[in-house]
Design a protein around this ligand. Structure first.
Ligand SMILES: *[C@@H]1O[C@H](CO)[C@@H](O)[C@H](O)[C@H]1NC(C)=O
Ligand SMILES: *[C@@H]1O[C@H](CO)[C@@H](O)[C@H](O)[C@H]1NC(C)=O
Ligand SMILES: *[C@@H]1O[C@H](CO)[C@@H](O)[C@H](O)[C@H]1NC(C)=O
Ligand SMILES: *[C@@H]1O[C@H](CO)[C@@H](O)[C@H](O)[C@H]1NC(C)=O
Ligand SMILES: *[C@@H]1O[C@H](CO)[C@@H](O)[C@H](O)[C@H]1NC(C)=O
Ligand SMILES: *[C@@H]1O[C@H](CO)[C@@H](O)[C@H](O)[C@H]1NC(C)=O
Ligand SMILES: *[C@@H]1O[C@H](CO)[C@@H](O)[C@H](O)[C@H]1NC(C)=O
Ligand SMILES: *[C@@H]1O[C@H](CO)[C@@H](O)[C@H](O)[C@H]1NC(C)=O
Ligand SMILES: *[C@@H]1O[C@H](CO)[C@@H](O)[C@H](O)[C@H]1NC(C)=O
Ligand SMILES: *[C@@H]1O[C@H](CO)[C@@H](O)[C@H](O)[C@H]1NC(C)=O
Length: 804
């Protein structure tokens, strides 16, 4: 799952003219808008003017556009461009004005030539142009305000503003569609179903294939889009209007304070963002289709799409990226080209070819056009393909030989466990003989490398536990006093002595671990707070620390513990968080005197934690990897809403320590194998730890305790036991016996499966947190997971008693 790419446009630099003291919302005859001016709608929401998209350091390669942007959003976000396909190459002498014929035109003053025009037909020239509160830029009759001659809403680009119409006008023959890629017209298109069905469809313009549809309009909503995103509930009103003259879909926003950015992304997905004042960022509220690989031909020809990888497109063996400059950042539709042309000659009825076929296992080819051939065996099928120079691939599945001709689209890598090779197909890709040489050899090397890596990892886990012990015993802390205090981006900067007072001289310790101790305190003697004192040797400079505080402080989510303030005096570094009256999850799960958590509460906790992590991984501006997910870091509010604590600690603890610290900080039992193998750490380490925690939520016991009564088999490491029981057995035997059977078995089964997918050895096999949320919510189906081999090996060779 790619991390948030709001839009290509946002990543590139965008020049927006400085605010003009005397802004207006209209251009009258005789007035002109120059390069440094802008129009602002009366309500202040939208602005119109000239802007630049492109590389800011090389003026001559940047493109200029006339367009509309969100005026109140500090993060430059365009809503419309007039000349998306014909950018102005230079800003010199540009001017927007009403011409003698009444049309609105962009002029090159130095040549006095028209380079863009509204081209509306009219008999007289008394017109004015206005930017309306809705973001619609109109040209209308100056003496009749209801007589519109031209409007930007009739020429939508990639943004669907409230009040805009998506659909047809049979009177003007206009079909208002939205196209992806801003500013230039892209390959994807969102429109009302041209076949007349009352639904919205996404399609690729060069093909008739619709890769997503909203489902039929019911009068209130579309069948496949039943839920309005939480953050936007009560904010939208949607309608599909068929009348005598036109048929269109539109929506309005009821809550004036909400700013919505509804965009058709370059990568072919619809994305709805909501502006969050708190974080000063767009929050992704909704996107469709959910899986990037569901977008038609999203990776282009001869590329493989994998939703679990980043980047999600890769060229298949024997192919290279067609145009590297377009492959960045999100537009992969150019696909891949052969490294070596095929060698195939047809002369009459005979064909000569030296080409070879390379097997590509575990793919799904559902959307591709295939031809079914008559062939008894795979050998015959191979020959059928090689005998036709246009054949580029074939498969032989279940006794059926299929061939593909020409460019191969929509190849998708899927989960395909070696145990049950059920849903994946093997595709045989035709390559020039030269390109297949060496591939087999590489494969062997790869297998050896993996095998070695795996056994090293198994050893590593134990050496590692020792290291943690030694290192923990070595640590101590101290501090110094100084006195400066400033404010830092809305987060309260506390003085040290204020915190000393509030915590009664740090007398009530809530916990200790990693790099800090936590104390309870009160703000103004009423609001309870948790004050975290960082150990002195793990420091950033004051400047760095403040920067991290402000970047972490803006991250807010119902399932994340809120950072209220900090203190940074001399060598002292303290963080002030909201206080969670119900303490941490481990107390409720593992302590014998605690009240047993009901199943429904456990499931809500599992869902909430997944939501919080998904937010950290996928929805905030910079992806944050927690690195230390464990029950001790999941706090519970008074109503048992789970809140993840300690996120962003890697940032607070300083860059040079980063690797060592993050490695050490994690707790064995929740550590993914890649911590030890030394490959780069991705959000999948949190997924692994989450899976482990989820198992503990289900069982009510530490995974690492050998003495747990895991159903019939007492000697099996619990996670491995779960994996085995899911494949062949009974979920009931896995559950916390203290629940006395009061469990929703369907949910329990889902939870166990999710957990097993999360703790797979290979990070690419693990789900993403976004998927976990959807699965737990019942929105996505889940397959039977394979048993994690590494854990099985470890559990089988040791009694795993290090952590009890
Ligand atoms: C901008 O252009 C310069 C020189 O052409 C290049 O070195 C730089 O990498 C470009 N930056 C981006 C963000 O494309
Ligand atoms: C851009 O302009 C500068 C000077 O104006 C010139 O030296 C440079 O070669 C130009 N680059 C391109 C890519 O046209
Ligand atoms: C306007 O014309 C001048 C002279 O031909 C040229 O240098 C300039 O780049 C043009 N401006 C635009 C925006 O095309
Ligand atoms: C409108 O057209 C008339 C006649 O062609 C012309 O004299 C007048 O200047 C035009 N008005 C504007 C504002 O261009
Ligand atoms: C504007 O409206 C007036 C009266 O309704 C009409 O005479 C005139 O032709 C209209 N102007 C344009 C540009 O259509
Ligand atoms: C104003 O324009 C509207 C729509 O074009 C038209 O129906 C109406 O008759 C016009 N009013 C006048 C006074 O011309
Ligand atoms: C608009 O035109 C299409 C075909 O051109 C037709 O199928 C549809 O019924 C028309 N809609 C209305 C509202 O007249
Ligand atoms: C095609 O076949 C004919 C007769 O079978 C032969 O004369 C000719 O040389 C062949 N052409 C090529 C390009 O192989
Ligand atoms: C090769 O396959 C294409 C597409 O199926 C077909 O049109 C063509 O006739 C075949 N050519 C030969 C020589 O069989
Ligand atoms: C394979 O063939 C069998 C019998 O023809 C059929 O029942 C089964 O559904 C087929 N499986 C697939 C994946 O097509």
């Amino acid at each position: 799952m790619p991390y948030l790419h709001i839009s290509m446009v946002l990543l590139l630099s965008l020049h927006i003219p400085a605010a003009n003291s005397a802004t207006t919302d209209a251009i009258l005859a005789g007035q002109a808008l120059s390069i440094s001016d802008k129009l602002v709608s009366k309500n202040g929401r939208y602005a119109l003017g000239f802007f630049k998209v492109g590389n800011s350091s090389s003026q001559n390669t940047s493109n200029w556009y006339l367009g509309i942007w969100f005026n109140r959003v500090p993060k430059s976000t365009q809503a419309w461009a007039a000349n998306r396909n014909d950018p102005f190459k230079s800003p010199t002498s540009l001017e927007l004005k009403i011409s003698h014929d009444g049309n609105l035109v962009v002029l090159n003053q130095s040549t006095n030539s028209v380079i863009w025009s509204t081209q509306a037909k009219m008999t007289r020239n008394n017109t004015i142009a206005m930017l309306l509160d809705s973001g619609n830029f109109i040209l209308r009759n100056a003496s009749n305000s209801s007589h519109t001659l031209w409007q930007s809403f009739d020429h939508p680009t990639d943004t669907f503003l409230p009040g805009m119409k998506l659909g047809w006008d049979n009177f003007t023959g206009l079909n208002r569609q939205k196209n992806s890629i801003s500013p230039a017209t892209g390959v994807y298109c969102e429109e009302l179903d041209p076949s007349g069905v009352n639904q919205i469809v996404l399609s690729q313009r060069s093909s008739t294939a619709q890769y997503w549809s909203s489902g039929v309009w019911s009068g209130q909503h579309f069948a496949s889009v039943p839920v309005v995103p939480d953050a936007a509930r009560n904010a939208f009103k949607r309608s599909l209007v068929p009348n005598a003259r036109e048929k269109y879909y539109t929506y309005i926003i009821l809550d004036e304070t909400v700013t919505v950015y509804f965009n058709l992304d370059v990568s072919g997905q619809i994305k709805v963002f909501i502006w969050r004042e708190g974080s000063q960022d767009w929050l992704l509220a909704y996107s469709q289709p959910r899986a990037q690989c569901d977008v038609y031909a999203v990776c282009g020809p001869f590329a493989m799409c994998n939703d679990d990888a980043l980047p999600y497109c890769t060229c298949t063996k024997g192919f290279s990226v067609r145009s590297p400059e377009d492959w960045e950042p999100d537009d992969r539709a150019g696909g891949c080209i052969r490294n070596t042309p095929l060698d195939c000659i047809t002369n009459g009825s005979s064909t000569r070819s030296t080409d070879k076929c390379l097997s590509v296992p575990c793919v799904s080819l559902a959307q591709s056009v295939r031809r079914i051939e008559d062939a008894q065996s795979i050998g015959v099928c191979t020959q059928v393909c090689l005998d036709n120079c246009s054949c580029t691939a074939y498969s032989f599945t279940n006794g059926t030989c299929s061939t593909w001709h020409g460019e191969l689209l929509n190849i998708r890598q899927i989960q395909c466990s070696s145990a049950a090779n059920s849903n994946g197909e093997t595709l045989y890709l035709r390559l020039a003989a030269k390109d297949t040489q060496g591939l087999e050899k590489n494969k062997r090397v790869f297998i050896i490398a993996v095998a070695t890596g795996t056994s090293v990892a198994a050893l590593g886990l134990f050496a590692f536990a020792m290291l943690i012990m030694i290192w923990r015993n070595k640590r101590k802390s101290s501090g110094q006093i100084s006195n400066t205090a400033q404010d830092c981006n809305g987060i309260i900067a506390f003085r040290y002595n204020a915190l000393e007072l509030g915590t009664k001289n740090f007398s009530e310790k809530l916990g200790e671990g990693g790099f800090a101790s936590v104390f309870k305190g009160f703000l103004n003697n009423s609001t309870a707070i948790a004050v975290k004192k960082l150990d002195h040797h793990a420091h950033h400079t004051e400047k760095q620390f403040r920067a991290e505080v402000s970047s972490i402080g803006i991250i807010q989510h119902i399932n994340l513990v809120k950072l209220i303030g900090f203190c940074c005096e001399g060598a002292r570094r303290l963080l002030v968080y909201e206080y969670m009256p119900n303490g941490s999850l481990d107390i409720h799960l593992f302590q014998s005197h605690a009240t047993v958590l009901k199943w429904s509460t456990r499931y809500q906790i599992a869902l909430g934690v997944a939501g919080g992590l998904a937010y950290l991984h996928e929805k905030c501006r910079d992806c944050i990897i927690h690195c230390d997910i464990k029950p001790e870091n999941i706090l519970l509010s008074d109503s048992f809403v789970p809140k993840i604590a300690d996120f962003g600690m890697a940032k607070f603890l300083g860059r040079k320590f980063s690797r060592a610290i993050t490695t050490m900080r994690g707790t064995i039992g929740y550590l993914a194998p890649e911590w030890i193998t030394g490959v780069d750490i991705t959000p999948k380490v949190d997924v692994y730890a989450y899976g482990m925690v989820l198992l503990e939520i289900v069982s009510g016991k530490r995974n690492s305790c050998v003495s747990c009564s895991c159903g019939s088999n007492h000697d099996v490491y619990y996670p491995v036991h779960v994996a085995r029981e899911i494949i062949g057995g009974d979920v009931r035997s896995l559950l916390d016996s203290r629940l006395c059977g009061e469990v929703n078995l369907k949910e329990a089964e889902i939870a166990c499966k999710v957990a097993c997918w999360c703790i797979q050895d290979d990070e690419f096999d693990r789900s993403t947190m976004g998927e976990v949320v959807q699965i737990l919510e019942g929105l996505l189906e889940i397959n039977i997971p394979p048993t994690p081999r590494l854990l099985q090996t470890i559990a089988g060779s040791s009694n795993y008693s290090t952590c009890c």
